[in-house]
Design a protein. Sequence first.
Length: 136
Amino acid sequence: MKIHGRKRIFSNPFWVNLRNHFCPYCDEIVNITTESKVVNSKSPEAKDFDFSDACGDVNMVGNIKFTWTAFECPVCKRRFSVDEMKKLENDENNKRPQSAYRKTKFTFSELAPLIFSVLLFVGVILFLVICFTLSR
């Protein structure tokens, strides 16, 4: 089957990537994966997909490959869409307390050396630029 176009569907990229998410069945941290599907613009399932291009001006025609982000549990191998995971995490009957979800995957102590080195690099560059302009 020939593919006439591709479209990447992004939904809540910051919420997906900057936070740990847990499987509601086995409480393991889920992995972020991608799923894809080829859909013909004239098929009945085309009503579930948006065939407009990135600008929204032109509708794509033919076999279009749609790719989106999903979650997969490494233990029980269940897959969840982003919308399903959001609904499960916001559910009132969710047994996990809100404090169990780390807000970000990175702590400041892990990022401090990187931030320090970037600031040091920028400072050295500024120092050299100022010294060069004053010497003229």
